[in-house]
Design a protein around this ligand. Structure first.
Ligand SMILES: [Zn+2]
Length: 257
């Protein structure tokens, strides 16, 4: 009896030792803060959206229960969104990505469709560009190129004004920063920022997008923003200063969650 008990205890000790050994190994692996992330240095193709993110290992597909269509995000951003969406779901709030990474060609299709439709209504190229820029980016200047930014639930301002949409927006206002996300295009008259109109659906994963914005400012000049109808207006409307950098000041305080 005694010897049997001793054998049983010995078995448990081995199991405990194995578990402790595995935990020790896990804790000794480099954490996020100890490794140098890839995004500390990216090439300009990513910044300009000139990549195929469906074949780029830095990106992956947003889970089907967290998106309304096929959407890609940077792997780290996808992970952070999943954590946020799961936390929201526990409180009865459903968050779904309706648009994630968009490359240059996708943005060019959106931009040129609007350009061709609206150009006849305006006196100048500049006025046409400024009208489209209320909500849409020029190809080569969108934060959606980076895989750090996403649109959630609806692209209609009215959706977030009442009912379910209002509750979702209120949840995001209260909680998004805990997961590293920020509404980059807030109410301009309140925050004093330049650029796009308010977008209650557009969120950016600041721990990475802050790094990419710095690199954009270092590496991208107006000569590199071309290849689409109306690209000659980019400098005139101060795309880089007023739009690429025109984000909510409060977002800059968000770091790794
Ligand atoms: Zn967006």
């Amino acid at each position: 009896m005694n010897s049997n008990l001793r054998i049983v205890n010995f078995g448990n000790m081995i199991k405990k030792a194995i578990v402790l050994f595995i935990v020790a190994i896990l804790f000794s692996l480099p954490g996020r803060s100890q490794i140098v992330p890839w995004y500390f240095e990216v090439d300009e193709n990513l910044l300009l959206g000139k990549i195929d993110f469906t074949k780029d290992a830095r990106f992956n597909l947003v889970a089907s229960n967290r998106s309304t269509k096929t959407c890609y995000l940077l792997v780290e951003v996808n992970w952070a969104f999943e954590e946020m969406a799961a936390a929201a779901q526990k409180e009865g709030v459903t968050l779904k990505v309706i648009s994630g990474a968009r490359n240059f060609d996708m943005q060019k299709a959106i931009w040129e469709k609007k350009w061709n439709a609206r150009r006849p209504n305006f006196k100048s190229d500049r006025e046409t560009a400024l009208d489209i820029l209320k909500y849409s980016s020029m190809p080569g200047t969108s934060r959606h190129h980076w895989g750090t930014d996403l649109d959630v639930n609806s692209l209609e301002p009215s959706y977030f004004a009442s009912g379910k949409g209002k509750l979702e927006y209120e949840w995001l206002q209260k909680n998004a920063a805990r997961f590293g996300f920020c509404q980059t295009y807030d109410n301009k008259s309140n925050s004093g920022r330049s650029g796009y109109s308010e977008e209650k659906w557009h969120y950016s994963y600041m721990p990475i997008s802050t790094v990419l914005l710095n690199q954009y400012n270092e590496k991208i000049s107006y000569e590199k923003i071309n290849g689409f109808a109306g690209s000659q207006t980019a400098k005139e409307v101060e795309m880089i200063r007023d739009y690429v950098n025109g984000i909510a000041v409060s977002c800059n305080t968000i770091t790794f969650p």
